[in-house]
Design a protein around this ligand. Structure first.
Ligand SMILES: NC(=O)C1=CN([C@@H]2O[C@H](COP(=O)(O)OP(=O)(O)OC[C@H]3O[C@@H](n4cnc5c(N)ncnc54)[C@H](O)[C@@H]3O)[C@@H](O)[C@H]2O)C=CC1
Ligand SMILES: O=C(O)CCC(=O)C(=O)O
Length: 422
């Protein structure tokens, strides 16, 4: 099942539990706006030419998207992904997930997502800058501080946000709050870089506590060692969790006694990946999700836990640091096996929550210290977990439906309160 079908299914199940009427259900499902920024070779609505000169003088064309899903609770919010597999349906699903995620976190935003179908590893820094600037020129009048606020996702980071800010500011004047996840020097928030991984730590601690356990001594496996995976590994290992296997696009490594995460972080920065790290044995990256462990943390791509591998998963808990890592069929299989899944729209909400803090700081023109950022994040994550658990009790459902019913109810109430007048 593709990401959009899976997200729509979870929404409909939640809507049924909440007894929403069909008009409201339809309104919540259809994106507010889909913006397609395309090269002149394609003909499609919102068509724009997005061609960049490559360093060798040839021209290259790429397809970019921004899907704005819902703004009932506030400006739309969500990352921009650079990856070869970026395509409209997936961006659409990710935008919808952002609406539910911001509602679970109870921050005053709706949801959006964007992306460009490209392989950032095959582009030079100056090519990436040109591509980001051209993309921003195509969408600058559709994003804005009170409209739609982009942020980093896979394949993008603070530098990408700096280019967007600079390009946007040429049209609209200096507007630091138009993007979050910026470099600190340009108004970024202390703690944003680590925030999604730190949120994963808080979420995992809350889940284990609920089951009468602590992180200390738990064996964890993490797929993905980029922004989210590496910060999660660092912070979890600092709290006594034993990270026994890690993978990224270059390969996978395992050490049953626990990997030395500080050394692995240094190694992967120097070698652009975990492959070849001497503190563990190389394993097949395809087997990382079925390695023996207590907690499995997918922190890379969507759809990786599916009917092909769900039966083989040995973890007792899955903490969804990535967006949509678990296919609905796998969800059912894991449920039958008694595996507890902490869903993405709560587990990885630490990033967008600190993005919200960044936006607030930019609007106030006042910078928080890192301790305040981290303490506030913990407060939001703790409250989020409690709210999700309460919905589980009310609707007698699992954590995913608990999170979905919480979110859909909040967005449905905001939509209804704003009224239906045209
Ligand atoms: N950056 C953020 O603040 C947030 C990110 N997320 C989600 O977390 C996930 C990871 O995002 P980031 O860490 O930001 O991206 P990133 O680009 O910093 O890192 C991605 C990591 O995944 C690895 N990877 C890619 N393909 C892989 C494969 N086939 N097998 C194993 N590893 C593979 C890469 O090598 C890299 O280590 C994505 O699903 C993203 O949507 C969710 C919430 C916030
Ligand atoms: O920080 C943000 O605004 C959004 C991050 C994001 O794309 C996500 O949570 O999936």
């Amino acid at each position: 099942m593709n990401a959009l079908a899976a997200t729509n299914r979870n929404f409909r199940l939640a809507s049924r539990l909440l007894g929403l009427d069909s008009k409201l259900e339809k309104s919540l499902l259809i994106p507010f706006r889909e913006i397609k920024a395309k090269t002149f070779f394609f003909s499609s609505f919102f068509q724009v030419e997005c061609t960049i000169p490559k360093d060798d003088g040839s021209l290259a064309t790429f397809v970019g998207f921004r899907v704005q899903h819902d703004n009932a609770r506030g400006p739309m919010k969500g990352g921009i992904r650079y990856h070869p597999e970026v395509e409209p349906d997936e961006v659409n699903a990710l935008a919808q997930l952002m609406t539910w995620k911001t509602a679970v976190a109870n921050i005053p935003y709706g949801g959006a997502k964007g992306g460009i179908g490209c392989d950032p590893a095959k582009l030079s820094v100056s090519e990436l800058e040109r591509l980001t600037r051209v993309f921003t020129q195509k969408i600058h009048d559709l994003i804005g501080v009170q409209t739609d606020v982009p942020a980093p996702d896979m394949g993008t980071g603070p530098q990408t946000m700096a280019w967007i800010l600079d390009e946007y500011s040429k049209f609209h004047g200096h507007s630091p709050a138009v993007v979050t996840g910026k470099p600190i020097e340009l108004g970024g928030s202390l703690g944003r870089d680590a925030a999604t991984g730190r949120g994963v730590l808080f979420a995992t601690e809350a889940l284990l506590k609920e089951h009468g356990m602590s992180l200390s001594g738990q064996r964890l496996v993490i797929q993905g060692f980029g922004n989210v995976g590496s910060w999660a590994a660092k912070l979890i290992s600092e709290k006594g969790g034993k990270v026994v296997a890690v993978s990224d696009i270059t390969g996978a490594i395992k050490n049953s006694n626990g990997l030395d995460i500080p050394s692995l972080l240094k190694y992967s920065e120097q070698h652009q990946g975990v492959k070849g790290f001497h503190g563990g044995e190389a394993i097949d990256p395809n087997s990382i999700l079925v390695e023996d462990c207590d907690v499995l943390v997918p922190a890379a791509l969507g759809g990786v836990i599916n009917r092909e591998n769900a039966n083989e998963i040995k973890a007792k808990f899955v903490v969804e640091a990535a967006n949509h890592p678990t296919d609905p069929e796998a969800d059912e299989i894991l449920k039958k096996k008694g595996v507890v899944i902490l869903p993405d729209i709560f587990a990885n909400s630490g990033g967008v929550t600190v993005s919200y803090f960044e936006w607030v700081q930019n609007i106030q023109g006042f910078m928080w210290d890192e301790e305040k950022v981290n303490n506030e994040l913990k407060t939001y994550m703790t409250k989020g977990f409690k709210d999700v658990k309460e919905m589980c009790k009310t609707h007698n459902c699992d954590l995913r439906m608990g999170a979905f019913t919480l979110a859909v109810n909040r967005v449905a109430r905001a939509t209804t309160l704003r009224g239906w007048e045209a």
